[in-house]
Design a protein around this ligand. Structure first.
Ligand code: NDP
Length: 240
């Protein structure tokens, strides 16, 4: 029986590439999204992958979402915590709402989703969790104290949960992308983007596909000895 994978934020950008890659590798995939119904409908129409609307920042919403996945696809073996947002501002202009939204969507979501699948993984003696961090969680970034704090938190979360899961066949790893060509990065002003690309040794943005293949590697049954690690996929921009 094919393993069941949930990819949060799986209908667009990096998450979409991950969902498609797992689907093509014969996993049974559930792609979550927040509210962009048009994108989700297009995604499901083009790929045949089911999409599930729920808010990863809200525990009750995740509970309802995971229940539906369990009923429709089966128990979750693989969880990719990919959903994320930015609400950039320098700290002296950042509002409590901007802080709270990013922490809830990018970090509390990892607790919500892991908490809801961990019991089943422990019972079945198998699990693969991959959390999508960021180069900006490793190195910091001007105007992103909320985002950098959330992503940096993901890296600590990953190492702690890896220790708890190791004896039960559950691996927990993080992937830290550099700048990847998605809607999130296309929202950055062109002049700023050019400066960013100039600092990337490979001289280009990454592709979502390049993150997807890293995730595929980490979630495979054969990767059971890799846990608590962070794989940086950033074109050499930051060597951590
Ligand atoms: P996109 O903005 O392209 O897509 C974000 C996805 O997350 C969408 O599917 C969106 O759903 C979903 N989402 C957002 N908020 C929620 C929520 N509360 N509940 C459920 N789903 C939600 O993002 P990217 O593909 O660029 O980024 C994906 C991940 O990679 C993020 O965690 C990001 O921080 C990280 N990352 C990205 C980098 C980049 O260069 N792009 C670099 C480093 C890290 P909907 O379509 O409904 O809005």
């Amino acid at each position: 029986m094919a393993r069941v994978a949930v990819v949060t934020g799986g209908t667009r950008g990096i998450g979409r590439a991950i969902a498609e890659k797992l689907h093509r590798s014969d996993y049974r995939v559930a792609a979550n999204f927040a509210g962009n119904e048009d994108a989700a409908r297009r995604f499901t129409g083009e790929t045949g992958i089911k999409s599930y609307r729920f808010d990863v920042s809200d525990y009750k919403s995740c509970e309802a979402g995971i229940k539906r996945v369990n009923e429709e696809l089966g128990p979750v073996d693989i969880l990719v915590n990919n959903a994320g947002i930015t609400r950039d501002a320098v700290l002296h202009r950042m509002t409590p709402e901007q802080w709270g939204a990013v922490i809830a969507t990018n970090l509390t979501s990892c607790f919500n989703m892991c908490r809801l699948v961990i019991d089943g993984m422990r019972e079945r003696g198998f699990g693969r969790i991959v959390n999508i961090g960021s180069i900006n969680g490793q190195a910091g970034q001007y105007g992103q104290v909320n985002y950098a704090a959330a992503k940096s938190g993901i890296h600590g979360f990953t190492k702690a949960l890896a220790q708890e899961g190791a004896g039960k066949g559950i691996t927990v790893n993080a992937v830290a992308p550099g700048y990847i060509d998605t809607d999130m990065v296309r929202a950055v002003p062109q002049a700023v983007l050019e400066k960013i690309v100039a600092r990337i040794p490979t001289g280009r943005l990454g592709q979502a596909e390049e993150i997807a293949r890293t995730v595929l590697f980490l979630v495979s049954d054969e990767s059971g000895f890799i846990t608590g690690s962070t794989l940086s996929v950033n074109g050499g921009q930051h060597m951590y």
